[in-house]
Design a protein around this ligand. Structure first.
Ligand SMILES: [Zn+2]
Length: 254
């Protein structure tokens, strides 16, 4: 823990998921501003009268007081900052918010490292979904920015094979190379995906712009579909590769 000196400390957190623990307790998986991903036990949270229970549902942005137990963190106080209530009332929004949390959960491990940029991206994204902003845009923007923060920023401006600047024409995309492959290089390479010049334009725009600027984009349904399937393919590829990396498995087990 970074704050090893203190037995008790405060964190800002989003509850990613929870599971039953013992007779009456809950084990929370959190993404915190101060510690990155962390787990903590909420004692008695399953008792109906528990004052803490309402604060620690998934999707909730909470401020927690944590104490160090022998080998786990224990929640001693919980206050809700934002419950993002609309995300609970609408099944489609619930599934979109779940995707946002799950992506982060799968790509992070408990490394006890402060990451306020990811935390802010997470809470901003949940707020945008709860405010009924265009979910396609909210989620694509989140994906592109998350890739940046995780160290997987896709190369969208130069060919990932020859390094030449990408021209305004349809291109390929390589998951293993982590970026665009120009039509010339693409002829000799396998396992490539098509990316139209229009889709590429939006992905580049999101990579370089604030959300306010990105939100002016009006992509066609074809572009929306292509960008979504490209990003999902890339995340799936990265996840499988990471899961097969000995270092990553070691970090997860620790
Ligand atoms: Zn090339």
């Amino acid at each position: 823990m970074p704050e090893t000196k203190f037995r008790s400390f405060r964190v800002d957190a989003v509850v990613l998921r929870h599971s039953d623990y013992g007779e009456a307790d809950r084990l929370l998986t959190l993404y915190t501003r101060q510690l990155g991903k962390a787990r903590a036990i909420a004692k008695g949270a399953r008792k109906i009268a528990s004052r803490k229970a309402g604060h620690i549902e998934p999707f909730t942005h909470v401020r927690l007081q944590l104490a160090k137990g022998r080998d786990t963190l224990i929640v001693t106080q919980a206050d809700t900052v934002d419950a993002y209530l609309p995300l609970r009332d609408d099944l489609i929004l619930t599934s979109q918010a779940s995707y946002v949390l799950e992506l982060l959960d799968r790509f992070t491990y408990e490394d006890e490292t402060e990451n306020s940029a990811i935390f802010r991206l997470l809470t901003d994204t949940l707020s945008r979904l709860a405010s009924q902003l265009d979910p396609w845009l909210v989620i694509r923007y989140y994906e592109i920015r998350l890739l940046d923060h995780l160290g997987f920023r896709p190369q969208l401006f130069e060919c990932a094979n020859c390094g030449r600047e990408v021209k305004p024409e349809d291109q390929f995309f390589s998951f293993s190379a982590g970026g665009v492959i120009c039509p010339r290089c693409g002829q000799g390479l396998r396992h490539l995906h098509n990316v139209s010049v229009e889709t590429l334009k939006y992905l580049r725009h999101f990579q370089r712009s604030s959300y306010a600027e990105a939100s002016r984009a009006r992509p066609s349904p074809e572009v929306q579909k292509e960008a979504e399937s490209l990003m999902q393919g890339y995340f799936t590829y990265l996840l499988e590769r990471e899961l097969n990396t000995p270092g990553f498995l070691k970090k997860i087990r620790e």
